[in-house]
Every structure is written in C-alpha cells, then in structure tokens.
Design a protein around this ligand. Sequence first.
Ligand SMILES: Cc1cc2nc3c(=O)[nH]c(=O)nc-3n(C[C@H](O)[C@H](O)[C@H](O)COP(=O)(O)O)c2cc1C
Length: 172
Amino acid sequence: MLEYLYPLRTYLIVAGNIERPNPMTADWVVPLSFKPSMLGVAIGHTRYTKKLIDEQKDFVVAVPTIELLKDVWVAGTVSGAKENKKELMSLTFIPSKKVKAPSIKECAANIECRVVNQVETGDHTLYVGEILSVTEGDAFVDGKADIENYRFLMHASFGARFTTTAGDIIKP
Ligand SMILES: Cc1cc2nc3c(=O)[nH]c(=O)nc-3n(C[C@H](O)[C@H](O)[C@H](O)COP(=O)(O)O)c2cc1C
C-alpha cells in the first residue's frame, strides 16, 4: 500500500563512528518540527543500522545527488552486518560537528541528529532525531536547494527505479 506515496526523496543514514561508518539508504525520512528542529527516520528491525543507532543514539542524514546513485544502491542492498560497506564505496567519511556518526563529504548536506524518542510502528522503528547541526555544500543557497543546477535523488517506486528533482521551479 505504501507504494502509492512514491516518488519519495532518497537519503543516506550514517550510523557508527569514523573508524567503522555504516551508511544505509532510506526513503522514509520525514520532517517533524521546526522548533526544536526534529526529523524522523523509519528503520527496519532487521537493519544493522538499527543496532548501531540503539547503541549510540545518534545518526546523520546525508543528502545525495544523482551522481552518488551507485553508492546509494550499495548502501541500500548490502548490510553492514555482513560487509564493511565503506570498502565497497567511493564516498569519503568525515567527522561530524556534534555527533559521533560521521558525515559524507560528497553529499549536498549532512544533518546531524541525536535520538530523543522512538516509536515502534510495526516492522520499523521511527527514530525521532533532534537536529544538532547541519553542514551544507554548494547545492544549497541560503538553505534552499539549488534544483536548477543540482539533481537531488528520488526513488521513483520500490525497486531499482530512480529519478531526480531536475526541473522547473513552479510557483502556485
Ligand atoms: C532506495 C532505497 C530506500 C530504502 N529505504 C529504507 C528505509 O527508509 N528504511 C529502511 O529501514 N530500509 C530502507 N531501505 C533498505 C536498507 O537500505 C537496506 O536493507 C540496507 O541494506 C540496510 O543496511 P544495514 O543492514 O547496513 O543497516 C532502502 C533501500 C533502498 C535501495
């Protein structure tokens, strides 16, 4: 039933630490509050990322552009329980400012979150993260996504079908 919510934007959730970062692809990321700044991430119970977030209580939401699709696919199809995903990717992990979970240099933005609440929804846990710090690159101008020049990644439907935010700015 959830397929009717697609297309959805796609992100990388980074858990773990700088020695052993574990990036996981996630579509189910949702804004929750302006003040304090909060977002939610739904993580499946079988994910290695869940174990890491439960232990460390922090994570980073990294915002990829279409150029990173190959690595995004690896992060979303390989489990850190079996492989060190970092070795399979060309991404550069860098220290975050406020949390132990690292950021990704090549991503358009890195949103650092501390877990302040969690809700069991069924086969996923919704982690509520308070945003402690954000680092943005050139793909954002004054906090606004520069979609005329950068192609943010979107998941078109379940499975290996992606699209981008490239297109016109349309005003209501
Ligand atoms: C495009 C895409 C989006 C995904 N979105 C989510 C998501 O929102 N939540 C989730 O728990 N898993 C999601 N997954 C599945 C996980 O990324 C996948 O199971 C991953 O291998 C888990 O890695 P881990 O075991 O290292 O945590 C998605 C996968 C893909 C390819």
